[in-house]
Design a protein around this ligand. Structure first.
Ligand code: 13P
Length: 245
């Protein structure tokens, strides 16, 4: 993955997130079948598959993890540090995915994870997004500003941070945001980032993306790429998403 933070609109970023899915056999098949086309592809696999994914995907896709520990090491049973993920060849990590936030990660814990990632030269992909309740209460901008603001100091330490706007109500529901809604929200994200950062930061859209709707999002100027959950598990579907980008 090119870690430079230039405007990536010319070469779309297509990120896959396998979540808690996959197997060694599935990864081998996926790596053989996947074709990134002209996209800059990346895939976040479960920890046990990191090294093999790096080995198999070679130049087809960068490999990342889905979260990292808040701790650099020590007595933290079950945790994986940023250094360990980097040691396995991960180039980036998601941080603050809504599924992790829902499981208890608060903004402080998310910011701490970005600091850990930056310390190991992993690219942090900060996930932000509102619940349906927050959207309906008119709190979209407030939520985005809070989530981005809490992570700003740590993000600024990264050479090449990425932000993903993933409305919680669109994740895994099949209820994708309209291109218009995505444009408005990503526009808000970019406005907030602009007030906080000097450099350009690519912003991805995620939430029920599939081959059939990928082109609609990528036609939006503000959207630099996609973060794809369920549809990234199938190599042919994810290849089609890359091609449509
Ligand atoms: P789905 O594409 O399955 O809705 O998941 C989106 C997501 O959470 C990616 O991180």
């Amino acid at each position: 993955m090119n870690a430079s933070n230039q405007n990536t609109k010319g070469r779309p970023l297509c990120f896959g997130n396998w979540k808690c899915n996959g197997s060694i056999a599935a990864l081998r098949q996926w790596a053989a079948d996947f074709d990134p086309g002209g996209a800059q592809a990346a895939v976040c696999v479960p920890y046990p598959y990191l090294s093999l994914a790096v080995q198999l995907l070679d130049k087809k896709a960068a490999v990342g993890c889905q979260d990292i520990s808040l701790h650099a090491g020590g007595a933290h049973t079950g945790e994986v540090s940023a250094a360990m993920a980097a040691d396995c060849g991960a180039q980036f990590t998601l941080v603050g995915h809504s599924e992790c936030r829902q499981a208890g990660q608060d903004d402080k814990a998310v910011a701490g994870r970005i600091a850990q990632a930056v310390g190991e030269a992993l690219i942090p992909v900060l996930c932000v997004g509102e619940t349906l309740e927050q959207r309906e209460a008119g709190k979209l901008e407030e939520v985005l500003a809070d989530q981005l603001g809490a992570a700003a100091a740590e993000l600024r330490q990264s050479r090449s941070p990425i932000v993903a706007y993933e409305p919680v109500w669109a994740i895994g529901t099949g209820r994708a945001a309209s291109a218009d809604d995505a444009q408005k929200a990503v526009g808000l994200v970019k406005g907030i980032l602009k007030r906080t950062f000097v450099d350009y930061i690519p912003v991805l859209y995620g939430g029920s993306v599939k081959a059939a709707n990928a082109a609609e999002y990528m036609a939006v100027d503000e959207i630099d790429g996609l973060l794809v959950g369920g549809a990234s598990l199938k190599a042919d579907e994810f290849s089609a998403i890359c091609a449509a980008s």
